[in-house]
Design a protein around this ligand. Structure first.
Ligand code: AP5
Ligand code: MG
Length: 192
């Protein structure tokens, strides 16, 4: 079982690159952001709970997020592996993922972190606001808060997996194809 963590700040290209990696490696793409947006669109209790955090660019509490991820993985056990996009985002989430995988005698294969400068992230997300319909893309202060939250609460997760030498950093600026090739090279060294 392969478990790839596609990591990086808001707007770094996780969703864009996950789409290509799914084809290349035949894995299931799980984006916790997409799962939350689905719940919000359907006005479920989970969606209503998540909405107040997401609209401010804050993280949804770990207990809610971990439970949702676990349900999604449990419902898809017969897959070759997973591409996790936007999870884990805190050390407790990383610890919960390790435990979940260990219960099936598995572990994280690698964490690949896309690196993109803050000003480029802001430009990309403001550009996307016109089509995404995402409240958290529409306001520059919320975008900046998302980037701050990433630095303060999420970036430590790359170091967490770095301790077991599973983290690889990839330049996230360039064409989508160039970045896809860089990610593929980094991932393949962990699959060899
Ligand atoms: P989430 O949905 O995960 O959003 P995010 O991390 O803020 O990242 P984005 O989806 O905005 O960006 P991306 O990296 O996927 O980039 P994309 O490919 O779209 O999370 C949303 C919220 O949900 C969080 O703030 C939080 O509240 C909550 N949440 C989710 N997971 C959680 C968790 N685990 N714990 C707690 N809370 C959680 O690209 C962005 C734009 O750039 C697009 O327009 C794209 O076309 C463009 N682009 C991509 N690549 C390039 C390129 N190479 N050159 C130029 N433009 C490019
Ligand atoms: Mg995304």
């Amino acid at each position: 079982m392969i478990t790839l963590i596609l990591f990086g700040p808001p707007g770094s290209g996780k969703g864009t690159q996950a789409a290509n990696l799914v084809e290349k490696y035949g894995l299931l793409h799980i984006s916790t952001g997409d799962l939350f947006r689905y719940e919000m669109k359907n006005d479920t209790p989970l969606g209503l709970k998540a909405k107040s955090y997401i609209e401010k660019g804050e993280l949804v509490p770990d207990s809610v997020t971990i439970g949702m991820l676990k349900n999604k993985m449990d419902a898809n056990k017969a897959v070759k592996g997973y591409i996790l996009d936007g999870f884990p985002r805190t050390t407790p989430q990383a610890e919960a993922l390790d435990e979940l995988l260990a219960s099936g005698r598995n572990e994280v294969t690698t964490l690949v972190a896309l690196e993109v400068a803050d000003d480029v992230l802001v430009q990309r997300l403001l550009g996307r606001a016109a089509t995404s319909g995402r409240a958290d893309d529409a306001d520059v202060d919320i975008i900046k808060n998302r980037i701050e939250v990433y630095k303060e609460q999420t970036s430590v997760v790359a170091e967490y997996y770095g301790r077991s030498e599973k983290t690889a950093y990839v330049n996230g600026v360039g064409t989508i194809e160039e970045i896809g090739n860089r990610l593929g090279e980094a991932i393949d060294t962990f699959l060899a």
